[in-house]
Design a protein around this ligand. Sequence first.
Ligand code: ADP
Ligand code: MG
Length: 357
Amino acid sequence: MFEDRNKKRTELKELGEFGLINHLTKNIKPKNDQTLMGIGDDCAVIDKGDYVTLVTTDNLIEGIHFDLTYAPLKHLGYKAAVVNFSDIIAMNGTPKQMTIGISVSNRFSVEALEEIYSGILLACERYNVDLVGGDTTSSPSGLFISITAIGEAKKEAVTYRSGAKEGDLVCVSGTVGGAYAGLLLLEREKREFQANPNMQPDLSGFDYVLERQLKPEARKDIVEKLAELNIKPTSMIDVSDGVASEVLHICTRSKVGCNIYEDKLPIDHTTIQVADEFNIAATVTALSGGEDYELLFTIGQDDYEKIKDLKEITVIGHITDLKSSANLVATDGVVAPLTAQGWDAWLNKEPEQKKQE
Ligand code: ADP
Ligand code: MG
């Protein structure tokens, strides 16, 4: 409509998701002193004196982020809320309020939307968050959910992606790769069901990875544990796009390098079993899968003693200087540059090579 026919047209896939965000926002500078952090972290950070307000938005789009053939509506609502809480928690904050935008086609019934809301409200109940507003519109087809979460933290407690220092330890909570293993199984069941609708899916024994995909939790318990132990991570991010992508975000923002050790990645045995079935290395599910919503963070070496016996926290590497760049040390000792193969909306879910900026 407004496009100048003589102007060069650049395809979205030439930039990819992170390239596009960077391209559109690179000249944006905060005008208000209260804007302590604008674009570039898990949340925006707004100065409120001794405290800060944290703000984050995530969209979930049918056909891109979820597939209603296998995602129950209640789980979908729960996940839509929790992935936003996860970004607040990744700043070492507490989620407090949220607003929700829903666009829906007449393919959906009132009862379907009630199901989604029951999931959203369950998440609000469990994480002690108030749903304080939103917007509702029709959509030509499909379902779009956009949630904005608002949280709070003490100013000195906020953890940015930019604080990692040479010598720090790189830690991850829980296990990684499971959500992607769950997705692989669900996508396979869907293909088999489409080929033969009489087929009964047999997913028994895979509950762990299915739950990781369909009903993730944000690791509020981990930031509470760290506070209890008097540990303030030097940097932190949540694992939405895969460990490799998140480590590279921390390295880029902190202007450091790192060594990540393949054999240290905490991968559950069900994930390994699924990876074997699909003939992919389990490491790939952890590094490139994403959606685990675990916390990836760095701590000073002095804090190692306090976490070394905690089952829920694993040290997977350490921070080096910028010159050394970000590396993966494979189980056989071979060192290679760490690259992130995140999912990309414009590449029809083809993995894309993303290198450190
Ligand atoms: P996360 O994975 O933690 O949700 P993203 O990779 O989605 O973070 O976003 C990275 C940063 O870019 C965040 O600060 C986010 O607010 C910002 N961002 C994403 N999309 C846009 C946009 N369209 N316009 C402005 N800022 C954006
Ligand atoms: Mg995040």
